[in-house]
Ligand binder design. Sequence first.
Ligand code: 6R9
Length: 785
Amino acid sequence: MALEYNNNFTSHNSLVHVGKGFAYRPTPPVAILVWSHSAVNRRKSISIWFPLRRSVLRASSRFESRGCSSSISTCQKVIWNREMESSSTNNLITTNHLRHVESMATMPSGAGKIPHLNAIILGEALASEENDLIFPSDDFSRQAHVPSPQKYLEMYKRSIEDPAGFWSDIASDFFWKQKWGQQVYFENLDVNKGDIRIEWFKGGITNICYNCLDRNVEAGLGDRIALYWEGNEPCLDGSLTYSQLLQKVCQLANYLKDIGVKKGDAVVVYLPMLMELPITMLACARIGALHSVVFAGFSAESVAQRIVDCKPKVVITCNAVKRGSKVIHLKDIVDAALIESARSGVCVEVCLTYINESALKRGSTKWEEGRDIWWQDVIPKYPTTCAVEWVDAEDPLFLLYTSGSTGKPKGVLHTTGGYMVYTATTFKYAFDYKPSDIYWCTADCGWITGHSYVTYGPLLNGTTVVIYEGAPNYPDPGRCWDIVDKYKVTIFYTAPTLVRSLMRDGDEYVKRYLRKSLRVLGSVGEPINPSAWRWFYNVVGDSRCPISDTWWQTETGGFMMTPLPGAWPQKPGSATFPFFGVQAVIVDEKGVEIEGECSGYLCIKNSWPGAFRTLYGDHERYETTYFKPFSGYYFSGDGCRRDEDGYHWLTGRVDDVINVSGHRIGTAEVESALVSHPQCAEAAVVGVEHEVKGQGIYAFVTLVEGVPYSEELRKSLILIVRKQIGAFAAPDRIHWAPGLPKTRSGKIMRRILRKIASKQLDELGDTSTLADPNVVDQLIALADK
Ligand code: 6R9
């Protein structure tokens, strides 16, 4: 990339680079980037002026990591162009298929059209609150797998034009007992053309457990730590090398085979974050059995429902777990679930139970002779080697239940080969993984993130993974950073809810620890609001670590949209651009693709190797939910806005969209505005019936610790929304919330909030999966305050 300083921003014809950034020449000029960088203080300031768009010079993105900020007057003035200098990008074929290549090539495009005039711009608030570009450092980019937009474009272009070649090349790095057939993939995403079907690498024979473990051991990584385990109590820990992990997996696999678990059988797993959880998943995969992990926070009824649906031969659990100072008796929950499922005609013969001594002694555990088996009594007796069950790439790997719009959870089914290739590849690129990295993802293996990015993706890359049993704020809110320093974590992947909750506890808990090892941060699960993003970036990452805001779903298996951390500047709150092979499009309510700057429904118009293949036992629901709404596309259920620079802003589930006086407003937008108020720690917005407007906006607001409720604050919160989005988006009601009802994975349960907001208290439904069910009573008590 040509580098040059440029102080004359009207006449230059080449790519300009100032300090540590890059920019493109305008024809005509569409935006002026003002950016300063001091190598001595590592301080930067970026502002972008969009003359055609806003006619204002916005001073934004002040990096004050060393307590300094810089002023516009000292900044370099640089021209930001809609063309990339690289000749390779100029030669791109701009077909429909390459829409995103185009949007990258025109990045940033300045004043774009808004072709879909009637649409309320979902995410406008998210996108406009801050439009900062935050650049990776030169050093970071230089060492990255994808160091520039050009490199991305080159790879992306190939992945779209030649998916078979692109993914076959990557797949060849894995072990295949037999190579896949002539046809690398088959896809039909159009209900009008027959059954929906997606297949990748069919005919290829492999095993994902072999690829995670044996392949790495054979490559000489046997002595590398595969898993570091940190217990709930700070004094408890453990680790397993790749060789040791392989042995443990083989012992369990031999036991499962011994009790008659065969290829294609289901195994229900109800375990906390012990090393035995990934061990169990890998053991199932080794013998071709499907694991169905149920998050160890679900109620007995939920466990029973899943058991009845997939009829497992065995349930694997542990007696209890301690999260923070609370002991949860998991075996009791499984016992109740097994009684319940037996009533529905599904009897499970074996309940393998691990003794988690630190939580509950063996003698205190309730026991059913004949059915219950202690893990520690039997598993160590089995041989430490176990032959692999070779499976077809399209044989099922696991089931994972996820909630849908009806009461019955959907059993998302993933298969082996494509999922393997996709999780490994997304992990490598989105986190810029290097063999020296120590990786910690705070997700539980009970969710898809724990499948794809605690277990399979990282282990396929030979990564050293940290897993943590306990609560992130136990014994105090500094625990995460204590763990980061203890294991020298380099990649830290978490959820915005945790970021916001730690942010609320104050910077001092973070600053107590060095966090020098960190180099990449990650976010998943919901849109991350810009102020949480910035806190994560500036305080946790010391303004040094790029944040990969990864958008994806249980259904997608792996990342669909994510920054590649060394490749392009990030914007706080934007998942940026699609991953290789993903043709992400935004459609309007009629299913018509919308170009350029727009908002609408996020769809994918092609298959990708990690896609789910069906809903277990209900292919019709699979087609109806995901492929019928917009024929020819996978419908994500999420709203998305593409900004003038081609960046994507996920705005939440479309079912969380509120229609106020005919205006569609994403709850995430209002929340983002509310949390930008300095005294607001967290907010959750739902729609309530409103006799004049159709729907009104009802906001639950958690204040920063110690801030008292007041009418004045209420008014200023409403004002900030009016200011950031518009008067139509002003909340009708602010409901003080000491806490919000969240699942253990950190997702706010809006269903409950909607019921509280509409005073339908007798219809609250199941609250047993909440991290803290008490918050519901607190909220009800504050309803009229
Ligand atoms: C991986 C996971 C999927 C839904 C998805 C979307 C939301 C996830 C996000 C995000 C904005 C991100 N979501 N990641 N929204 N930015 N980076 O969370 O899977 O539990 O199935 O949830 O989560 O709404 O549709 P899952």
